[in-house]
Design a protein around this ligand. Sequence first.
Ligand code: UTP
Length: 294
Amino acid sequence: MKEFTTKVKKAVIPVAGFGTRMFPATKVVKKELFPIIDKDGRAKPIILIIVEEAINSGIEEVGIVVQKNDIPVFRDFFQVLPSYYEKLSPDKQEYCQYLQNLGSKVTFLTQSEQVGYGHAVFCAKDWVGDQPFLLLLGDHIYASEVKQSCTNQILQIYAQTNQNVIGVRIISGTETHHYGCIGGNLVADGLINIDAIYEKPYLNFAREKLHVAGMKEDEFLAVFGIYVLTAKIFDYLEENIKQNAREKGEFQLTSCLDKLQKTEGMTTYLVKGKCFDTGMPDVYWQTMIDYKFH
Ligand code: UTP
């Protein structure tokens, strides 16, 4: 893929969930603040890796959707020097400046009630305005297999197609019930013609409705956690919220993505890279081992 300048300026990252799967650690620490050791040997909170992924891909402003009570901890991290600043080595003091600089691009948005990922995205509506925006999950990090980052790949597809883009990856049949899954047909260069999107389908349903021709039996396409969406998504989220249309008690994004792809069209792209869903204990553990070496 060639160099390009993205037209997408804003990224939204929701981190307001409870993280029940990471209990009991999440009684005291937000899962998005759990540390990962990166290539340079730095212990970074997951949210930092995600914000860097966005900013290093040309995004100018990041809106992090938080619970109101969590604003201080996130603000301290991104926008305040540590109380022990003087004790840090010169290179770590320099890193503090880098963090402050990154923090100046971060705005905190609030979700007052934890009623789902889709609802958290809706809380960014006013801040986003009417421009297309990048959406990144708050607990997923990425390791690209090519020179361009995973986010860059998605932004480039958007630059080429001018249409909603959703990144996907291949998962096994044992995982479909954890993720939003996509049915469609593989086209050239990792592009997929999408038919439908379903939230966390059971394997039998996936076998019947979501098999993608050309892929192995019991392999499916799941959302990768990186999207470029138009502001139209907020209309569909609002509709669901007004009608109290919940799925498993929560307002989800998936049904709104399905509406969006049917009305505006959507490009689905098989990202050249790996995604780590750090919101699950086993995957978090594996991420600790694998991420440093990506
Ligand atoms: P998840 O469904 O993985 O997160 O949401 P969760 O609800 O926090 O986790 P569990 O299922 O209880 O373990 C994906 C992202 O959306 C955010 C989460 O913080 C996570 O980064 N989210 C989820 C919100 O911001 N608000 C919500 O109401 C739900």
